[in-house]
Design a protein around this ligand. Sequence first.
Ligand code: CAA
Length: 284
Amino acid sequence: MSTSIESIAVIGSGQMGRGIAQVAAMSDYSVKVYDIDKKALDFAKDFIQKQLEKGASKGKWEESFVQKSMDKIEFSAQIDDLKDCDLVVEAATENKGIKFEIFKELDRILKPSAILASNTSSISITEIAAVTKRPTQVAGMHFMNPVPVMKLVEGIKGLETTDETFEAVKACAEKMGKVFIKASDYPGFAVNRVLMPMINEACYALFEGVASVSDIDSAMKLGCNQPMGPFELADFIGLDTCLAIMEVLHDGLGDTKYRPCPLLKQYVSAGRLGRKNKRGFYEY
Ligand code: CAA
């Protein structure tokens, strides 16, 4: 099997997908971004162009690099357009059913040598791989938000993922200028296994009246040098996403220490989802 990656398809043109597409194009990969929503694709194209122009105006790269990078990206609402890609990075909605359907479809249309990666933050790579006929060529490639800024890619090796697949994914992340770490396929992998209980604990501290939202955030920013406090970060990630990941940790590891905070559940029930709808622990 060839594992040389030259072209990358990105599934989903939301916050993560468009960031992955931007960084891949800037790293000289040919990129195809797929989304079922044409409007989302138009928004992503415009967003990436503006990000590239912003970088040029700050002197991070030449003006000519903006068009050169844009020329590397194609946007499509036809999944069949992805069929010749060497690697797919799926960054669709964090929902098992949706991801399973996408992976079945990708497995059907992509060439046999193609690698299928998921940017999932918590769904089992082994389970995703099992819906395909190429489980040895499926891996996790978990980028952090904002993708162009954060240095990490967390690589996840499913039960059947071969070393060859994993090395190809690692080389691709490194070509994108990222630092790659290896995590095993257990709930939350490495990043969210540590990050989400911290955010959940901040919610418990608020729930129990230990300190206010802004004081807990100040404590962690000024006392622990974190760039964002846990509530700012939770709003940035999305409270629904934080809750979903806590539920994966709780169900998958079965330990009561992962019990999602009732306050977090209540905020999500109230439709306070964070920055994306302008209301979370803060108002925007
Ligand atoms: N896209 C591209 N670039 C961005 C950006 C975005 N969305 N947001 C900020 N930037 C860039 C800015 O252009 C700026 O670049 P320069 O320094 O070259 O000018 C730089 O980032 C700093 O931005 P700002 O000065 O506007 O703001 P800041 O200093 O407050 O930094 C931040 C913003 C980078 C988001 C910083 O607050 C931070 O690092 N926060 C923590 C983010 C984090 O923890 N992310 C991981 C979340 S967990 C996750 O993603 C995984 C999961 O599964 C949940």
